[in-house]
Design a protein around this ligand. Structure first.
Ligand SMILES: [Zn+2]
Length: 410
């Protein structure tokens, strides 16, 4: 029985879904103003492996990942380079997808752009004003956190505690009724890309984009919402407030999964510190499967510390697994029953991939020493395939619902 830790409630809970046999999963995507760094890859590889495991468990999985293609950073890069935002988006998006393809991350079932959802965002904003959850001040529209009593529940903090935290959304403070009120719609400055609205020319706030795209592509209630721990506040807190105020349904999402933050030689990896490790650069030096193995050798909630020599140290481990699992044959999706019991047990335990890999190392040892029979060899291959290492070939469809194996839901 799969159990997952949800940030909402801060507990490990038995996994359940709104609709039987189906998983609706949304993972916050990138703002394509720059290329993919290792922190992105850690998040998307972990959620990809989870998606594959859910499929092995017999669920149909719908996985949506957005593209935030309008925000302050996009506008700043566009100005600096004198190129349209769409050109910057398309270029970085192509590189991003190529990086993730190399890491054998399956394409999302839907990959929506924020700028393709402006009418729905305007409509949602208007609805929130109409219902008294939002207010307009000179072309800016704010969500009123005091109107939503559960604001802070995801972070387990009161409005007062949250107001003391660093908040990237806290612009135009003088216009806000409460310091935590956040922008649903913002008036644009001259020269910025803008869209017409009942409040004048403007552009969407950040968090409303995800809420609108999640509802548009997955419905009013979803099962898993993923993203980095840095999105817990204010982004995901805002998403819950918006969605539940719009739909009147609670919870918006049952399982809030947050991956840890990658560090470099003990220091937080961030653009502002200038110490980003780019996936492209690493892939010049090591095969993508080694990088995937590295990223999965940490629990998704941990904070991996990337250090010089880490990838080189994985080569032997990877080669042992490959040698033990290599066998010609058509690729196929593994089902849960094909997996070694120890792999299933550890993945069921809050998706503990590092321990599952240890079980696979042990199994590979038995295979290589000749102690394992054909059932164990098949189990080893299934265990690796469910984590996205298919040594017989690349499995699977990348569009539409990700279907389970022929056995169907269990
Ligand atoms: Zn988001």
């Amino acid at each position: 029985m799969l159990r997952l830790y949800s940030s909402l409630g801060r507990a490990v809970l038995p996994f359940r879904t709104v609709a039987p046999g189906e998983v609706r999963m949304y993972v916050c995507g990138v703002t394509p103003y720059d290329v993919t760094h290792l922190g992105h890859a850690f998040s998307y590889v972990q959620f990809d492996a989870l998606r594959r495991y859910l499929t092995a468990l017999g669920y149909r999985v719908r996985y949506v990942q957005n593209v935030t293609d309008i925000d302050d950073d996009m506008i700043a890069v566009s100005r600096r380079e004198g190129r349209p935002i769409a050109a910057i988006r398309d270029e970085n998006d192509r590189l991003f997808r190529a990086d993730l393809d190399a890491l054998n991350v399956l394409r999302p079932t839907a990959y929506p752009y924020a700028t393709d959802h402006i009418p729905q965002i305007v409509e949602a904003t208007a609805k929130l004003i109409e219902r008294g959850y939002a207010y307009e001040v000179e072309g800016d529209v704010f969500f009123s956190v005091e109107r939503f009593p559960r604001y802070g529940a995801l972070n387990g903090a009161s409005l007062e505690e949250l107001a003391r935290r660093e908040n990237p959304e806290a612009k135009k403070a003088w216009k806000r009724r409460h310091p935590l009120d956040f922008l649903l719609w913002q008036r644009t400055e001259p020269g910025e890309p803008s869209w017409p609205s009942p409040w004048g020319a403007g552009r969407p706030g950040w968090s409303i984009e995800c809420t609108v795209m999640s509802i548009a592509h997955l419905g009013e209630q979803i099962d898993i919402h993923g993203g980095g721990r840095d999105l817990l506040f204010p982004h995901h807190e805002n998403e819950i407030a918006q969605a539940e105020s719009l739909t009147g349904r609670s919870p918006f999402c049952t399982f809030w999964l947050h991956n840890g933050m990658l560090r470099l030689e003990g220091v937080k990896m961030s653009k502002s510190l200038g110490n980003l490790v780019l996936v492209r650069d690493l892939l010049q030096k090591v095969p993508p499967a080694h990088l995937r193995l590295y990223l999965l050798s940490f629990h998704y909630r941990s904070d991996p510390d990337f250090r010089a020599g880490d990838l080189e140290r994985l080569v032997e481990r990877y080669e042992r697994l490959r040698a033990a699992a290599a066998e010609p044959g058509p690729p196929r999706w593994p089902a849960a029953d094909d997996l070694p019991t120890a792999v299933r047990d550890t993945l069921d335990d809050d998706f503990d991939v590092p321990r599952a890999l240890e079980a696979l190392d042990a199994l590979a040892g038995r295979v290589l020493s000749g102690a394992a029979g054909s059932t164990e060899r098949a189990a080893l291959r299934a265990g690796l395939a469910v984590l996205g290492f298919d040594f017989a070939g690349a499995p699977g469809p990348a569009t539409g619902w990700l279907e389970p194996g022929p056995a169907g839901p269990k």
